[in-house]
Design a protein around this ligand. Structure first.
Ligand code: GDP
Ligand code: MG
Length: 350
């Protein structure tokens, strides 16, 4: 993902900071990935009959299922399993949406129609998800080159430790399927993680959420990230979930971006933020669950500001004006405090 402000310069700086991470050849990466796939098939017991993944044909039709449960103490990773893609339960609702999108874009080229379409797509996803197939969500990872997007995607796709040095920006020519099934609290969703998109491409691709990655050792990558968030929130008026990811948290001694600055910025632009290390698989599960949780929250009708507004109006309908004002100011103070407590920018589940 390249932004206007000299992103190319950042990439060289970032790569020199990460010299300890070797670049591996394309075939070796493939070998490691295939080997890891077989390893997991033995390690996890799956309730249904487990598909034979020795044949390469079958291997390409398998989809990894990552399962999580949220508890009062945090997220519990319940392990990975595999499912055949061809089964009904994994049918992608996205393809249905894409057809719908094609139909609509062919009848109109107006920009406002495209944004209408995006909103409609989210609603369609919701209705399809509840009846026919798991909801299908597309998430774009944006940020300066070298900030760790590809490494994070690799780690998001599996519970196994991938060691990020196996995946570098030089692997971008590998044809990869960045789709996984995530079961969160018993509800299944398909998630596609899209790497290396331009900001403009995201709208056309019907992106459901944005993950903006930067490298905590590089202030310039933080600038690229903040500029992307501003473009989304201010210039494009995007109301989709945005998660700001402070990656390479393992490089504590070389850190140049303060946690306080990240939090302040995230709160100001209605983003969530999380510190990760793709290299150590630190907080990556939280990111996976957080992405899905944020999309589900956004799609839930109870969180819509219209609903809150109507409820407040109903409450005060029959009261005299002065009492109405008092109650409304008390309510707004109470809700502001509660929101601040519960909806901290670091809590990806709320
Ligand atoms: P991208 O250009 O944003 O896709 O970044 P890459 O995923 O290709 O990563 C760029 C470099 O940073 C690679 O050498 C990775 O091994 C390294 N890297 C990625 N994530 C981390 C991390 O969390 N910690 C450290 N120390 N290095 C990382
Ligand atoms: Mg990359």
């Amino acid at each position: 993902m390249y932004f206007n402000d000299n992103d190319f310069e950042f990439s060289s700086e970032l790569h020199t900071r990460c010299q300890s991470f070797k670049h591996k050849s394309r075939s070796l990466v493939r070998h490691c990935r295939n080997r890891s796939l077989r390893h997991v098939s033995k390690a996890y017991t799956v309730p249904c009959s487990f598909p034979d993944i020795s044949a390469s044909d079958d291997e390409s039709r398998l989809c990894r299922v990552r399962s999580f449960k949220t508890t009062s103490k945090g997220i519990v990773n319940r392990g990975d399993s595999f499912k055949k893609r061809s089964t009904n339960s994994l049918m992608s609702a996205g393809s249905i949406l894409d057809n719908e999108k094609q139909r609509l874009t062919s009848t109109s080229s107006d920009v406002s129609d495209i944004s209408q379409l995006s909103t409609m797509s989210m609603c369609t996803t919701l209705s399809i998800g509840s009846s026919i197939a798991p909801s299908y969500y597309r998430i774009a990872l944006l940020g300066a080159s070298g900030s760790g997007k590809t490494s994070l995607i690799r780690q998001c796709l599996t519970s196994e430790f991938t060691s990020s040095y196996e995946t570098t920006s030089h692997d971008s020519d590998i044809e990869d399927d960045n789709t996984m099934c995530v079961v969160l609290d018993g509800e299944e969703s398909m998630i596609e993680l899209v790497d290396d998109l331009m900001l403009g491409e995201c709208e056309a691709l019907r992106v459901d959420a944005y993950v903006i990655v930067f490298d905590v050792t590089s202030t310039s990558s933080f600038k690229v990230a903040t500029s992307a968030v501003r473009q989304l929130r201010v210039e494009r008026g995007c109301d989709r979930p945005v998660i700001l990811v402070a990656n390479k948290a393992d490089l504590a001694r070389q850190r140049n971006v303060k946690t306080a600055d990240i939090r302040t910025f995230a709160s100001r632009y209605d983003c969530k933020c999380v510190e990760t290390s793709a290299a150590l698989n630190y907080n990556v599960d939280n990111l996976v669950v957080g992405m899905l949780a944020q999309i589900r929250i956004k799609l839930s009708p109870s969180t819509s500001p219209v609903a809150t507004h109507i409820q407040e109006e109903d409450l005060t309908k029959k009261l005299p004006m002065d009492k109405k004002k008092k109650i409304l100011s008390l309510l707004s103070r109470f809700f502001k405090q509660a929101r601040r407590r519960v909806r901290s920018c670091e809590n990806l589940l709320q």
